[in-house]
Structures are given as C-alpha cells and as structure tokens.
Ligand binder design. Sequence first.
Ligand code: BES
Ligand code: MN
Ligand code: ZN
Length: 516
Amino acid sequence: MTALTLSTAAAPGLRADAIVIGVAKGAEGPVVAPGAEAVDKAYDGRLAGVLETLGASGAEGEVTKLPAPAGFKAPLVVAVGLGAEPEKDSGFDAEALRRAAGAASRGLAGSQKAAFALPLTDAADAGAVAEGVLLGAYSFDVYKNNGKDTGKDSRAKGKAKNGKAPLAEAALLGGKPRDRAYKAAIERATAVAEELNRARDLINMPPNDLDPEAFAAIAQTAAKEHGIKVQVLDVKALEKGGYGGILGVGAGSAAGPRLVKLSYTSSKAKKHLAFVGKGITYDSGGISLKPAGHNETMKCDMSGAAAVFAAVVAAARLGLEVNVTGWLALAENMPSGSATRPGDVLRMYSGKTVEVLNTDAEGRLVLADALWAASEETPDAIVDVATLTGAMMLALGNRTFGIMANDDAFRTAVHEAAAEVGEPAWPMPLPEHLRKGMDSPTADIANMGERMGGGLVAGLFLREFVGEGIIWAHLDIAGPAFNDGGPFGYTPKGGTGTAVRTLVRLAELAAAGDLG
Ligand code: BES
Ligand code: MN
Ligand code: ZN
C-alpha cells in the first residue's frame, strides 16, 4: 500500500513526481485553495487564470495536470477540484478533502511519489486527506497478468501492460509531523484504510477462490495476527448447534457454510458491541435461480461480512477501549439436488421455524441465526450489515445505504456516525403493517412478504431474531457495496468497503461512552 508521511518541506524544493493542490469552484471561476500558495506564487499569482485557461472549474473530482513552474524540483502539478468554495471563515468539508485526495491519488497511479498540498485546518483534515489518498490508490489486479509472459498457452501473452502500480509514496504538506493529534490522525487513517482496502480485496475476489471455508481461514489468520480471538463453526458444529438458517442456505453448495466469531476485547472496555455481517460468498439465488443479468456481480454478497471483519481488525489495531464481537455468517447460495427448496421449513438457531418461499431471500436466513447467536451474549447493541435487498437499491440508489432499527435514538446515532465519516446513509422505517405479509400457514414466519417495501420487510424479518430488549440496527448496503460504474472520489470500481468506517466510528463512540 501507499506509504504515507507528514512533511514540513516546502513545495518548490521537494523531490517528487507531482505536487497535488486544491482548486475550488468560486462564483467567478476557479479559486486556488489554501496550501498551494508557493505554487501560485511561482506562477506570479496567476495560477487561477492558468487553470481556467486549461478548462478547470474547481468542480468536485476534476483533475487537471499542468507543468510545474520553473524552479520546482517536481515536474508536475495536479490540481484537483474540491467543489464549491466554503463560506468565509470556514474550511473545506472533510469529505470534500477526502474525495479530492482520492481522485488525485487514483490519477497518479504509475507514479512513485506525490506531495499533497491541500488545505488543512486541523488534524482531522489531515486524517481525511490521508484516508482519501490511501483509499483512492487502491487497485485490484492480482488476477491480471499485466502483459507478463505467462507461458505458451497464455491468452495474455503479448498484451500491453494494462495496469499501473498504485502511487507508492505520499507526503502530506501543511501538517504538523510532531503534533500528537496529527500523528494520531494519520495512524488512525492508515489502520482504517488498510483494513477497508482488505475488505475490498475480499469482495473483489472471485467466488471460485473465496468460498466460506477460504473466507474463514483468512479471518482466522488475520485475527490471530491482531490478538483477536477466533472461533469457526464448521458444518458439523453448525449441525450440532442447530443453526438451521445458515445450514439451509448452504445446503446446495459443495462448499459448506461457516459461522465465524471474532472477539476483540479491551481490559478497559465498558461497552460491548456486536457486528453481524451477511457473508454469501456467491448468491445464485438457489432453486429460485436469478436470471442472467442479475448474477454477474453476486460475489459481492459477502460485503457485509467483509465490512464487519475489517471493522473488528481496525478496532483491534487502534486499541479501542471497547469490546467488539464480529459475526460472519458465511454460506454459498447454490441450486443442486441437496439445496433447500421453496416450500421447505427450516428450524432456526433461535428455535423459530421459517417457511422458505423464495431461496433467493437467503441473506435474512443466515443473519437470523447470527443475530440470535450475537444476542445470547447480551451486548449493549447489535449492528448488522448486509447486501440484503434489491428494493433498497430502488429506494436509495447506488451510493446510499438504508438504516433500520428497533430504537429511534440508536438509528439516529448510527446515521450521525455515518455522516461524520462521510458515508451516505438514510433512515428507513419498519412499518408494523408489513409484518403480516410474512405470516405462514405452516411455520412461524415466511422468508418473504409483500413486494412493496421489500427492504423494510427484510428488516422486519431480522427484528424477530434479535434478543428481547437488545438495541439493534440494520444497514442494508445492497446499493453502495459494489460499484458497477466508473471510479469516483476515493471509490474504485468493484467492491467499495462501504460501512467499514461507520462501524469503526460506532466502536470509537462506544469506547468514549458517547453511544447510548
Ligand atoms: N443479494 C441479494 C440482494 C442484492 C441485489 C444485493 C442486488 C446486491 C445487488 C438478495 O439475496 C436477494 O436476492 N434479495 C431478493 C429478495 C426477494 C427474493 C424477497 C431481492 O431483493 O430481490
Ligand atoms: Mn438472494
Ligand atoms: Zn443475497
């Protein structure tokens, strides 16, 4: 990953491949942001005009490259758009900095070293820029031969190198390398971004290489490295424990399901949070098979589990004074002679029975068992994360996740935490009248209800598997988990790692005694 340092060097004498500066969208054209004074001075104070001539407006995400002025050691200046100029006397929004830094570092792929001279007003800004740089530099190319000679059968042979290495080094200018708050912000950003990028790797891994067993093994290795206790329930243990939901979903696959429990504990903890992630390593729909056009990206259906895994490891790396238990409900949803059929009744871990009307509504089944297992430890709160419904994508689009909860204040707290870290999210209701649509003539509940409000129906289903009196929130990340479009800001194509930063923030708030 990109190596990051705080630097007090002045831009002109800095040995780097590029100097990144900010440009805002002013009322009368582009405005050079603070931090770029030395560059502007070397252009005789005419940098804004030069940028305008080049077509720059300062719009968010815009990247303009220009030759560095005479006397600069670095050959290139990269001006990145920050969006609207802030009101007088207030600085740029942290998320605007994060996105701009991300767009710039992505645009600098293939370069060795860049200096970031973006407007920093405090340590939090430095943290945001650091996160943007590290997240924007992400690339997933372990499956590409990149033109290497791979033998006589290789289809890649003779192809041009098609991937550029991520930016290797980034120096943040304008920060205070000796200031504790700045150092802490950089350390935090590094831990969070590295774990978030690891979640992206897991999401992007093809499902023939990441089945439940492989995911569990990766979690086991990483957890041991960071002093996290791991427990993996395999098929035998799941059978013994009566985890009918997880077993029912995994029944059709040659790769058996797993339930992974990650326990991070701090001796100074006063609170205990449980995070539960949907980990369907591939969702074919099962016997209720998805049609072509709806299954190509279904390797992303373990994004919730990847987010939970990343957040627990990040909490451990940061040494947060809170206990965090992560539950990864892992299964592959496949059709076969041993698969669960529409009409089957599953006996869940909680003891409730569920009539499976649609095997493609599998996420709620694995989550139900994991939520009940998490509830047995009576944590102070449970948050589950899941690519649960297409309905949530229809409601909120591709960049915003929905938040449902059994407690209004907690839903608001989760929403505020998401806003603080720059993750778009929106509160959604759990209307009681939708519950009766899941009444089953045969079992306690069916796994499907009314089509209208499908995301809320799924939320109501999950609520039934949360222990009495336990505060719970459900994040439906089906929209933002996987980016089918082009990259933007610090978000790459493919797995995004959405919800990781919200979960880490919740753990920090709980550690500080600021959550409930
Ligand atoms: N994994 C899907 C939801 C999904 C869809 C995630 C698109 C990401 C992108 C989930 O398991 C599913 O298939 N849900 C069904 C539920 C329905 C059968 C009640 C859906 O939303 O169509
Ligand atoms: Mn499904
Ligand atoms: Zn699914």
